[in-house]
Write a protein that binds this ligand. Sequence first.
Ligand code: NAP
Length: 252
Amino acid sequence: MTGASSGLGEEFARQLAAAGIHLVLVARRKDRLAATARDLMQAHGIQTRVISADLSLPDTPQMIYDQLRADGIAVDVLINNAGFGLYGKFTDIAWEREQQMLDVDIATVVRMTRLFVPDMAARKSGWVLQVASVGAFLPSPLYASYSAAKAFVLSFSEAINFELRGTGVSVTTTCPGMIRTEFHDVSGQAYTWFQRLMLMESEPCVRASINAMLRRKASVVPGRVNALMIWSLRLTPRWLMTAIAHRTMQPD
Ligand SMILES: NC(=O)c1ccc[n+]([C@@H]2O[C@H](COP(=O)([O-])OP(=O)(O)OC[C@H]3O[C@@H](n4cnc5c(N)ncnc54)[C@H](OP(=O)(O)O)[C@@H]3O)[C@@H](O)[C@H]2O)c1
């Protein structure tokens, strides 16, 4: 599972470990991964493997795949959770950061999926969970390329989930709303009134995401209010949803 050093990823690790699932934890901050791994091994008697790696680098997915294969570790569940957003006007964001974000949020998700799914299909069993966002459903000014990246993840994953019918492998995409994690520290945004109103904890979001994955659903929007909000967008013109997204993301 990627992005296990904080936020949703750490919570995914806790819930899966409580179910007795052995874990491979990937992120850059090795100390935090190691502390989580130690806790979970002691609490649940599971086995863990920590891989400290930068997922914005193009060779990282292959390196992870090769390491696990060399050690005879078969991945039954792949959770592409690592990701980050950058808040602000597109033209104000430094290109280097933008490129890293697109690499982690898009290229690495596609590459990891491409590497691990064929082995799952050969075993006729596997689950992939992609972490997108409610931002996948609408153009979001001030998170323009982040929300577009999540739209890519949702569209790509729904399509390959369809292609994989009958193989024993499913791809589920979870689209969380505002969750209390380190996301906003990294994106550089102070919570707006709307985000404070909609804020959810990681625990129910991760529980709903895992349930959807186990039921092999194509996608899920955790939280009833979030799900209702996204459903109601179906009848909203795109110019209006773009204006609403902009309003909700502006500072108080
Ligand atoms: N929180 C929200 O409101 C929200 C809403 C919708 C979707 N999401 C999505 O949920 C996912 C998890 O985010 P979060 O909210 O839990 O935020 P978070 O607490 O900041 O966690 C992000 C995780 O991604 C990892 N990561 C980021 N860049 C990386 C890189 N270059 N290489 C390796 N690992 C990297 C981080 O690990 P290191 O820093 O240790 O590398 C960390 O473990 C993301 O895909 C995010 O887009 C979050």
